[in-house]
Design a protein around this ligand. Structure first.
Ligand code: MRU
Length: 364
């Protein structure tokens, strides 16, 4: 998507042919800077410290992490160490496990001298596929926006509410929840996005509002607690969010607070859709409560980073010093609250049968 008129992806190979460039998402929206990954440890830290985040981008970065390990040392020990290090970075997004399984299957019984080239080719393919998958999600989701637009008075926008950042910054490009919005915008359909701030890390305020603004999509930032109120007043036509892991029966784990939005949507008859690449489906799980929920540092609640009027970026404490804190990074929305799963193959009912009908090749 565009940043100041220039198209960008979130991850790419540098001209040296081996090091990997990412956008540092921890300093957005205050500065747009890129960081070079040169080792598997760089890739692991980028995921852990959330320079990159969002399920599909975590997977793509992990794939390149394996490449960086193979560039340094393509032996069996190095491959195993890379896989072991990367899988420990973040527990909830299943794209991480998927990407590492892809790399392991490809490389483990190949000669060390072949591994580096094979790894880089597969990582590039994972990135290119992710872009195509996001675009396909976009075209299926676009039909939902078009259907709402058809019932609107001329010029009235379709109001979409989203939580966290399931935008292009969370994928390689386009995003999942945002892909239908970007396509609608490109088609000239009036569309407006309510952007949940998404405490504690503020992915909505810092990332979703930034990327929509840079691409010129109308949007309004709202407090996390405002969504239900706006739904009660008929100001939300549909919700579209992302997911870090979807069970084979259609339960979804996404950024903390998603479940409350789904409850409010159900109470107000607002359709609640979840957009996902099939790499986010964990076919081994049927119960959403078996999805591991990442526990993160309490400092994400007690402290905030922001820019002063003088332009300095500072970190301040906002809670009572020493207050005990619990910081679950994700919650589970049961399938019964999900109107549909927007995938690259179409929109599935959020159920075992719905997913199996679209992905008969993955379910056995
Ligand atoms: O903790 P984050 O910022 O990695 O969480 C991201 C989300 O919850 C996204 O909604 C999810 O990964 C889907 S990204 C297309």
């Amino acid at each position: 998507m565009n940043v100041d008129g220039k198209p960008h992806r979130t991850i790419w190979l540098n001209d040296d042919g081996w090091s990997v460039e990412i956008i540092d998402q921890t300093i957005l929206p205050h500065r747009f800077e890129t960081v070079t990954l040169r080792t598997v440890e760089d890739a692991a830290r980028a995921i852990e410290d959330m320079l990159v985040r969002g399920a599909p981008l975590i997977g793509a970065t992990a794939a390149y992490g394996v490449c960086l390990a193979m560039h340094e040392d393509a032996g069996d020990g190095s491959l195993q160490r890379a896989l072991d290090r990367l899988i420990k970075t973040r527990p909830t997004a299943v794209n991480l496990r998927w990407a590492l399984d892809e790399m392991r299957t490809l490389l483990h019984n190949r000669a060390p001298e072949d591994r580096e080239a094979l790894a880089y080719a597969r990582a590039a393919e994972i990135c290119d596929d992710d872009v195509e998958i996001s675009k396909a999600i976009g075209s299926h989701g676009l039909a939902l926006i078009e259907a709402v637009a058809a019932d609107k008075a001329d010029g009235d926008p379709v109001n979409v509410l989203t939580h966290c950042n399931a935008g292009w910054l969370a994928t390689v490009d386009w995003g999942t929840a945002t892909a239908p919005v970007y396509l609608a915008h490109e088609k000239g359909i009036p569309v407006h996005v309510w952007v949940d701030e998404t405490r504690p890390r503020n992915q909505g305020a810092a990332l979703t509002a930034w990327e929509l603004g840079k691409h010129g999509v109308p949007h309004t930032l709202i407090a996390d607690n405002a969504g239900g109120h706006l739904m009660q007043r008929g100001l939300v036509d549909l919700c579209i969010v992302g997911t870090d892991r979807t069970t084979a029966s259609g339960d979804v784990a996404n950024k903390i607070g998603t479940y409350l939005k789904a409850l409010a949507a159900r109470d107000n008859d607002v359709p609640f859709y979840v957009a996902l690449p099939s790499t986010t489906i964990d076919w081994t799980l049927t119960d959403g409560f078996d999805i591991p929920i990442e526990q993160r540092s309490g400092e994400e609640l007690s402290h905030l980073t922001g820019r002063t009027e003088a332009g300095e970026v500072v970190r301040v404490e906002v809670s009572a010093p020493g207050a005990p804190i619990r910081n679950d990074a994700f919650d589970v929305t049961p399938a019964r609250l999900v109107s549909g799963l927007i995938t690259e193959r179409g929109i599935a009912e959020a159920s075992r049968q719905g997913l199996a009908a679209l992905f008969p090749d993955r379910t056995s």
